[in-house]
Design a protein around this ligand. Structure first.
Ligand code: IMP
Length: 319
């Protein structure tokens, strides 16, 4: 029987450290599931001193948990098997990884279309995501059940305690994000129900953001690029895990973050990478459309805690 579902989602533009937070909690669950996207994501976390990077496989794999790639995910067969081979090399039990028969397959043609068109016009990750989801919507797509060997297919039954790990984030969500500079899937907790459970089963929702905003890919909102934001980008090592692209930095927008918490239904917020602002010795954010500057990190933290009501804010400082 399915006991309950907890969900972790990104409240910004991706790259907030969701992988690290879900890896911290994975051991408490029976299943860890991905509910959206494909190998456009990049989750980095450590198990002891082993650095693990996954793009499509949920972080639960590193903790011996059943790791599900859901029906609303898209799967590039080549990337998937390369990732399994790397996880095997790290001695994780990859027989726990299962893919929904309904997940759609990213083909070579999807990737070519993305590389030649949307990577140029929209700054996508060039992983074939948009073209694959558009074929799904056209109902001409190829599903995992048609080509993936049986042992990789999921029986689509969840039981016990389930953790859902969001990929991409609020402002990249196909419905709520800064369209058209978004990804092609639903990145918010509502999207997790595509895994096949009732919304009534959701017990707890946590969001993840950073103490500054970053953006991989095109977005006119990220217009500012001065010496201070460049310093934060450098100190924060803000380069894409999937594409290696430099990410643009903008000061945290508390108005946008509050909206992302409200619509996502977060009860808790992990706010990462405050250590980077401390190293840069710059403490700024946008609130009520104004830039607010603080003298110290403690002042900035108190301000954030005061303005974000009804959500428990946890500050995570280490890189
Ligand atoms: P796509 O998902 O490859 O189509 O890219 C659409 C937009 O989402 C682009 O701006 C990408 O840079 C961004 N994006 C997609 N996945 C991620 C991610 O995991 N982290 C950050 N940005 C992402």
């Amino acid at each position: 029987m399915l006991e309950y579902v907890d969900i972790i989602y990104g409240a910004s533009y991706g790259d907030e450290g969701k992988g690290k937070i879900s890896a911290m909690h994975a051991k408490n669950y029976d299943y860890v599931c991905r509910f959206n996207g494909g190998s456009n994501a990049g989750h980095t976390f450590y198990v002891g001193d082993k650095k693990v990077i996954t793009h499509i496989v949920p972080s639960g794999i590193a903790f011996g948990k059943k790791s599900i790639i859901g029906p609303n995910c898209v799967l590039c067969i080549e990337d998937f098997f390369n990732e399994l081979a790397e996880l095997d090399r790290l001695n994780f039990d990859t027989s726990l990884v299962k893919v929904s028969p309904k997940a759609h397959i990213v083909t070579k043609k999807h990737k070519e279309q993305d590389i030649n068109t949307f990577a140029v016009t929209l700054g996508t990750t060039a992983k074939g995501i948009g073209p694959c989801y558009s074929e799904k919507a056209l109902r001409t797509g190829l599903r995992a059940e048609e080509i993936l060997p049986k042992q990789y297919l999921w029986d689509e039954k969840l039981s016990g305690k389930v953790l859902c790990e969001g990929a991409q984030s609020f402002w990249l969500d196909i419905n709520y994000g800064s369209y058209p500079y978004v990804t092609s899937s639903e990145c918010l907790p509502y999207g997790a129900c595509s895994l096949g459970f009732s919304p009534k089963k959701i017990r707890y929702i946590a969001a993840v953001a950073k103490m500054y905003d970053t953006r991989a890919g095109t977005d006119p909102y990220f217009d500012l690029d001065d010496d201070e934001t460049k310093l934060v980008a450098y100190l924060g090592n803000e380069f894409g895990t999937t594409t290696g692209r430099a990410r643009k930095v903008k000061w945290l927008n508390l108005d946008k973050l509050k909206y992302a918490l409200e619509i996502g239904g977060a009860e808790q917020l992990y706010l990462n990478k405050g250590d980077i602002l401390e190293k840069a010795n710059v403490f700024k954010l946008y609130y009520d459309n104004e830039l607010v500057t603080f003298k110290t990190m403690d002042d900035m933290k108190s301000f954030i805690t005061e303005k974000i009501e009804n959500v428990i804010v946890m500050f995570h400082f280490e890189e």
